[in-house]
Design a protein around this ligand. Structure first.
Ligand code: PXP
Length: 248
């Protein structure tokens, strides 16, 4: 059964729209945990557009589930991770112009550098996950870095028109099996919604889904605790028909 990591970056987006103190993502992390979040995920971006350094520091002190820090593979972020010791670091690609993380990390072109970084983080007791596309070359490269986890990028599946969604789902199912055959543990995320999450949650061996935008969007109507509880129910008990939702 997959667990649910709740990404609270979008709470910080609302705060940063006015550069004020509310809403505070640290308080909302508590509400997400009350709703059943198995982990709290934040992305500390180089440009600090939403989550701030103080948020990660306070979350490290207050999160009672697991803290997953998404970050770029830079010296600045490594120093922060080594100081704050999140439970997990997920390495993601980052471009200043993008609205959100667009593609998976190109691990294959930088295995050596990433292997060293993964080694330093793991030596400090931090789990490391690499956010990649479900692609054989990338998964082989992930394994070569010594990382224990991958997070499969579900953006293409989420954005595909319904006629192509089954193909994208198969790519993720095969990618997950490939990763597991390499000894990697498998998480997934990006673009998942209440409507499309179930086939991904039902993938054999899926450990954790990291979901943010759709939960924060629903929270505006029903509150964060309820929104998390509703997502958790889908993640824990997905319908097993892999094509459900792809039919007209
Ligand atoms: N996983 C990763 C690596 C991400 O970068 C993001 C977006 O910050 C998510 C999961 C969550 O994506 P969404 O907000 O679309 O649910």
């Amino acid at each position: 059964m997959a667990s649910l990591g709740v990404n609270i970056d979008h709470i910080a987006n609302v705060r940063q729209a006015r550069r004020t103190v509310e809403p505070d993502p640290v308080s909302y992390a508590l509400l997400a945990e009350l709703g059943g979040a198995d982990g709290i995920t934040v992305h500390l971006r180089e440009d600090r557009r939403h989550i701030q350094d103080r948020d990660v520091e306070l979350l490290r002190a207050t999160v009672r589930s697991r803290l997953n820090l998404e970050m770029a593979a830079t010296a600045e972020m490594e120093a922060i991770a080594l100081r704050l010791r999140p439970d997990m670091v997920t390495l993601v690609p980052e471009q200043r112009q993008e609205v959100t993380t667009e593609g998976g990390l190109d691990v294959a072109s930088q295995v050596g550098v990433l292997a060293e970084l993964v080694g330093r983080l793991q030596a400090a007791g931090i789990g490391v996950s690499l956010f990649v596309d479900a692609d054989r070359a990338q998964l082989d490269a992930c394994s070569a870095t010594g990382s224990r986890w991958v997070e499969l990028h579900t953006g293409r599946y989420a954005e595909a028109p319904w006629t192509q969604q089954p193909q994208e789902l198969v790519r993720l199912i095969e990618g997950s099996a490939m990763a597991r055959s390499l000894g990697l543990r498998v998480n997934a995320g990006h673009g998942l919604t209440y409507q499309n999450v179930e086939p991904i949650a039902a993938i054999e061996g899926m450990e954790e889904l990291n979901i943010g935008h759709t939960i924060v969007a629903r929270a505006l109507a029903v509150g964060l605790e309820t929104a998390v509880r509703q997502m958790k129910a889908l993640v824990q008990n997905p319908r097993r028909d892999p094509l459900f939702g792809q039919r007209p």
